[in-house]
Design a protein around this ligand. Structure first.
Ligand code: ADP
Ligand code: ASP
Ligand code: MG
Length: 444
């Protein structure tokens, strides 16, 4: 079985839903189809949530009706028959009446916000399943809330998903097309929750891992993973093959095409991930598996909103045990460290998650001296084959970065990654400079 995931733009217009129906029914293979919300919906729902949080119910109602009007016209184009349209309209009425009911709940808490934001995927999947039914395809909608669950730390419970999915597939696995929601799940309290922004990719790979799928395909609006961020750099090109490790680094360090955790379950079970373009299905895309090319520089990504902490030991020299004590504090406050640079008596680290920063810094201050953190930093991650025996790689990177101030460098953590920390204001300049300096770019 294969798992195919379609993102927001891939389902964002009625004609796109028509095209993806053609794609998924073009062969006889049984597939699980994971859908995101229609493009723009998750942001619109979050914005409705903002109005409700700031106690502006009228503003929220206005936004709700605006969004509903979009869905009303969407279903008029999606379905071909009156029967289909009536079904589609009923789905919209039901879901929007639930959304409206949330405006009457006070106070509007995180629990309601999560129920609200889940509506995007609940709408898109029901509408699509009704469309498949209209065309008499052999399909079924399996609710993700019945098999996706996160633990108290927000981590997906893969064993639970595996067990639940197997039960559900035993009952309904004869269907050719099995549709489900990306992004949404339940938490240990049984409430509706989610896998964070862009989480539908993660749903697809969790399902793919859980059922040991033959392949996971992520269908989006671009022809695969590019060598650099196409939103910032003009001359980028698709990469044909990446290893799980390379793709995981790129996703974790900001390549938006994949949710940061997507690769983990796929790699765990060796399920290949193929990135494909819904707008150009014949384009080759990117295959993420165990093999790669031996090209030196493969791709660059950048992660924003990074905080750098500068920590100094209060004792001079030979301060063994110092690193252990520092990292115990990071562990206590559940704060992952991305980059590290050390000298005999000082350590600089970068973190992404800052919700416990005040407490974490206070505890570090009990045995270290801390400088003022630097906020708004960006990690630039360069992925490739950087064999320790090969001379000149770091030189090429640093040469490309000439004129751009670098705060930290991490080289040698693996043979596949070089990371640089720059102030966020230099991010675009750094990505462009590295693109020019590290790749042979063909003129467009
Ligand atoms: P979807 O809605 O299908 O999940 P996303 O918007 O989350 O799509 O991801 C696709 C987008 O990721 C592309 O349109 C592109 O702008 C952006 N992107 C950022 N970095 C990369 C990269 N290295 N390669 C390809 N796309 C990237
Ligand atoms: N709809 C969710 C979001 O916009 C999940 C996804 O699209 O992957 O973040
Ligand atoms: Mg996405």
């Amino acid at each position: 079985m294969q798992v195919w995931k379609f993102g927001g733009t891939s389902v964002g217009k009625p004609e796109r839903m028509h095209s993806i129906r053609n794609l998924i029914t073009s062969d006889d293979q049984q597939k699980i189809i994971v859908l995101s919300a229609l493009s723009g919906t998750t942001n619109a729902l979050l914005s409705i949530g903002e109005s409700l949080k700031s106690d502006q119910p009228n503003e929220a109602v206005e936004k709700i009706e605006h969004l509903k009007a979009h869905y009303d016209s969407f279903v008029r184009e999606l379905y071909k028959t009156n029967e289909g349209l009536t079904k589609g309209q009923k789905i919209i009425e039901n879901e929007f009446s639930f959304i409206r009911s949330l405006t009457r709940i006070k106070p509007f808490t995180l629990k309601q916000e999560k129920e609200l934001v889940a509506e995007g995927e609940l709408l898109s999947t029901q509408m699509f399943q009704a469309y498949l039914e209209e065309l008499e395809h052999d399909s079924i909608l399996l609710p993700a809330l019945e098999f996706m669950r996160i633990d108290a730390d927000g981590e997906p419970e893969l064993d639970y998903t595996e067990r639940k999915l197997r039960e559900l597939l035993r009952a309904h696995g004869d269907k050719k097309i099995i549709v489900t929601q990306g992004f949404i799940c339940r938490n240990p309290r049984g409430e509706v929750d989610n896998l964070k922004r862009g989480g539908s990719d993660y749903t697809a790979s969790l399902i793919g891992g859980a059922i040991r799928a033959e392949e996971i395909q992520i269908w989006t609006d671009i022809d695969g993973m590019h060598n650099n961020d196409p939103r910032i750099v003009k001359k980028t090109f698709p990469i044909r093959a990446l290893t799980f490790e390379e793709a995981a680094e790129l996703a974790y360090f900001g390549a938006k095409i994949l949710h940061p955790s997507t690769i983990t379950p796929a790699k765990m079970f060796g399920v290949p991930v193929r990135l494909k373009n819904t707008m150009d299905p014949d384009a080759e895309g990117t295959l993420i598996a165990s093999k790669t090319s031996d090209q030196v520089f493969k791709a660059i990504a950048a992660k924003d909103s990074i905080t750098a902490l500068y920590i100094h030991s209060l004792r001079m020299l030979n301060a063994y045990g110092f690193l252990r004590r520092i990292f115990e504090v990071f562990e206590k406050y559940k704060t992952p460290v991305d980059l590290i640079a050390t000298s005999e008596v000082s350590v600089s680290v970068t973190i992404d998650k800052t919700d416990n920063l005040t407490e974490l810094m206070a505890e570090l201050r009990t045995f270290c001296e801390l400088e003022e953190p630097d906020y708004d930093q960006a990690i630039i991650c360069i992925v490739g084959n950087f064999s320790a025996d090969q001379a000149g790689i770091a030189l090429q990177v640093l040469k490309a970065m000439e004129g751009i101030p670098i705060r930290m460098i991490s080289y040698g953590g693996t043979e596949h990654n070089i990371s640089l920390l720059v102030h966020g204001r230099y991010k675009a300049e750094a990505l462009n400079a590295l693109n020019e300096g590290l790749f042979e770019l063909k003129e467009a």
